[in-house]
Design a protein around this ligand. Sequence first.
Ligand code: C5P
Length: 236
Amino acid sequence: MEKRGILYEGKAKQLFETTEPDVLWVTYKNQATAGNGAKKETIAGKGELNNQITSLIFEKLKEKGIPSHFIERLSDTDQAIEKVEMFPLEVVIRNVAAGSFSRRLDVEEGKDLPFPVLEFYLKEDALNDPLINDDHVLALELAAEEEVAELKKQARHINQALISLFKQAGIRLVDFKLEFGKTKEGTIILADEISPDTCRLWDLKTNDSLDKDVFRQDRGDIIPLYQEVLNRLNQL
Ligand code: C5P
């Protein structure tokens, strides 16, 4: 398989066509952004770490019977993935109050939520990815009713698998964002990435952040933290 022309460039990844019609090539970039690109920096080593962490998590999920678009890791920064039609949605699951949930609803950061709270966001940079509800998803025809049910079911199942995976690594899964796509057969599968860029990960003992909040809030260098997440997952 060979890399062909670029299909899409996002904030953290580039997507290329390949010689295989159903396979795409993704390259993880070193760019870090926050606030929908308002804060932007190049951080050497970030692409490599997120590629390795995402690849490892997708492999662990596969072992637990949860499929994704991930096919294989090709190099330090590259992956082969199945071509899917993406839903223009971000599915966020929150186990613990933090971030925009705490700000919007004035809930103390770190408060355990009584059950995992699921939210949809519209993936639209021009609108700052607004929070939307199920009716919005249906009315804007972003997904059909049975697809909404399937997205929620899969996201909640993935949450349980990730909670237990991170717990074994001494990490509390506070919240995270998932994206899903549809294969050419019409099956809904997990796509995009799962990394410290897209999850809030707190050390179980100290509650220290091991994720992008440290970049968002100018609290220091994220590379040693992302490396720590990778090292702990690698030991499982
Ligand atoms: O900012 P907020 O609290 O809504 O983020 C919830 C979770 O979703 C966090 O783990 C964050 O890293 C992730 N997220 C993301 N991409 C976005 C928005 C949020 O990965 N565009």
